[in-house]
Design a protein around this ligand. Structure first.
Ligand SMILES: Cc1cc2nc3c(=O)[nH]c(=O)nc-3n(C[C@H](O)[C@H](O)[C@H](O)COP(=O)(O)O)c2cc1C
Length: 169
C-alpha cells in the first residue's frame, strides 16, 4: 500500500496543505509527494491511493488564463509554473481502479462558490477511481494566503483519516 500526493500551488498555500496531508498519511503508509509538473501521467503500479489537490481559481480548477493572472499578482516565482491538475487529470492514465481523493484551497466567502476539489473529484470519478472521501476544502485568508490558523492541523487529520479508510477496506 502506497500513497501518491500530487499538488498544484501558485503562492505556496496548497503546497503546505499537501505536505501536511502527506505527513498525516505517513503515520500509516509510505507516501510520495510530487508537484504536478513532476507527476507521471501513468501511475506507478505500487500506488494504491492517489490524493490530488490544487488552488480554486474562478470557481474551479486553474486554467492557463487564471494561472497567468496569479503570476501577475505574485511577488516572486510561482511554485507551479506549468500546467495544473486539470490538465494532468485529463492526461492521466490509470489501469487499476485504485482509491483517490481530492482537496483544494480556497477563500471562505459566500460570493465565491465552486471548488477545485469538486472538479478534481469529478475527474477522478471519470477515471473510475474509488473515491475514498468527499472533496475537501482548506481555507486561505486571502488570495496569496496565509492559510487559516486551523488548516494545517485539519490537513494532517484528513491525511490520517484517508489512511485509516484505506486500512479498513
Ligand atoms: C486567478 C485567481 C482566481 C481565484 N478564484 C477563486 C475562486 O473562485 N474562489 C476561491 O475561493 N478562491 C479563489 N482564488 C483564491 C485562491 O483559491 C488562492 O489564491 C489559493 O487558495 C492559494 O493557494 P496557493 O497559494 O497554493 O496558490 C483565486 C485566486 C486566483 C489567483
Amino acid at each position: 500500500m502506497r500513497a501518491l500526493v500530487v499538488y498544484e500551488s501558485m503562492f505556496g498555500n496548497t503546497k503546505k496543505i499537501a505536505e501536511e496531508v502527506a505527513r498525516g498519511l505517513t503515520t500509516r503508509m509510505p507516501v510520495e509527494i510530487l508537484e504536478v509538473g513532476c507527476a507521471p501521467e501513468r501511475l506507478p503500479d505500487e500506488v494504491t491511493l492517489l490524493v490530488v489537490g490544487g488552488p480554486t481559481h474562478a470557481f474551479g480548477m486553474s486554467r492557463a488564463s487564471t494561472r497567468d493572472s496569479a503570476e501577475q499578482q505574485a511577488d516572486g516565482d510561482l511554485i507551479s509554473r506549468g500546467e495544473g491538475i486539470r490538465e494532468w487529470l485529463s492526461a492521466l492514465r490509470v489501469t487499476i481502479p485504485i482509491a483517490a481523493a481530492a482537496f483544494d484551497t480556497k477563500i471562505r466567502a459566500a460570493y465565491l462558490p465552486g471548488s477545485a476539489a469538486k472538479g478534481a473529484h469529478k475527474a477522478l470519478r471519470r477515471h473510475h477511481l474509488r473515491l475514498a472521501a468527499p472533496p475537501m476544502n482548506f481555507y486561505v485568508t486571502g488570495t496569496k494566503g496565509p492559510l487559516e490558523e486551523t488548516e494545517l492541523q485539519r490537513a494532517h487529520e484528513w491525511g490520517e483519516s484517508l489512511a485509516d479508510a484505506m486500512a479498513s477496506t
